[in-house]
Design a binder for this molecule. Sequence first.
Ligand code: HEC
Ligand code: HEC
Length: 337
Amino acid sequence: MKRAFFTVLLILSIFFFADRAISVIITDSKRLVVENRFSPESKEVKAEKEKLKIELGKRLFFDPMLSKDGKLSCASCHKPNHAFADDKDFSIGINGQKGDRNTPTVFNTANLKFLFWDGRAKSLEEHAIGSIQNPKEMGETVGMVLAKLNKDPYYSKEFKKVFGTSQIMADELLGAIAEFERTLISKDSDYDKYIAGNKKALSQNAKRGMDLFFGKAMCAECHKGPDFTDGDFHNIGLPITEDVGRAKVSVSNKDTRKFKTPTLREVAKTAPYFHNGLFETLEEVITFYNAGGGNDTFKDSLKKPLNLTEQEQRDLINFLKSLSGRQLKIQSPFDKK
Ligand code: HEC
Ligand code: HEC
């Protein structure tokens, strides 16, 4: 009797587990079919690859292997503790060569239509080639960088994980760097908090400065939108030099000495200012704007004397200082933890 009971139980449990096993196979195979047809990778796998791609881009950004002499990385000029800009008027490339322009911040470049002061690149990917191959910056060829990366066991392994290929190609190298750059967004500044509804986030001075910025001082005519740039080119009447700016790219006379309106996010940390690093302080910049810029026949018609009082000029500077965000500390992956 007892034996018969156990036999029945055994047979029942075999049926039960066999049924479970089959249904798992069926659901699994169903899922495989569904996934293969509509999305080759699950969301989790995609998210993990995206994370690895950003990590890879970050390492490349800090890796001096990208330059010809192995001494200069993107971060040598775009310094993390300087809001990814530089403290020099002109950048210093390989072999101590002085560049032609001031290093701008990489913060909030993700949405820019044009990159560089003259807009000669249209995407972060296209831009990165320019930086690597500029003889006055990293002085290397993309081909040589790829050869070095393909020989490096760490990069070979990581690129394979992200892109599934055993040979690292230019698109993948540039794509990874650009993906890291897109994560560099300045946010949570006192201004952002104020806009989000915290009316105490800005001091009275900064608030008055904000009203001037968007009103009488007409700054927002060009420094507009969430990134404080219209993405366009203007001649603001800086002292004339050999650098013709946008005109070299567009080959149009009317673009003479026009430069791209830079973002003002993190501006308190990105001195010196302008494409030629002419001014060391925001005070000097505001004095220049207040006087209506210099004399240049190609100067933008918006640039007129502003007649701001001393107090108003201080208020504007206070507002500019409120555009610095609270950043995550970004450390070089090569620094010892
Ligand atoms: C030798 C210093 C130096 C190095 C190294 C360097 N840059 Fe730059 N970067 C500059 C300068 C100078 C400019 C502006 C050049 C111009 O407009 O003509 C610039 C511009 C940029 C811009 C455009 C920002 C904007 O608002 O248009 C980005 C993005 C950027 N660099 C990323 C990188 C990346 C990525 C690397 C590494 C692959 C790199 N840079 C290496 C000096 C450097
Ligand atoms: C006609 C368009 C225009 C107006 C109006 C304007 N700017 Fe600018 N701003 C620019 C351009 C273009 C540049 C870059 C010029 C260059 O480097 O040649 C610039 C650069 C700057 C910089 C330097 C940023 C850096 O990273 O180097 C600051 C700061 C600045 N502007 C603040 C202001 C303030 C404050 C006002 C209002 C008083 C103002 N701007 C009005 C177009 C404008």
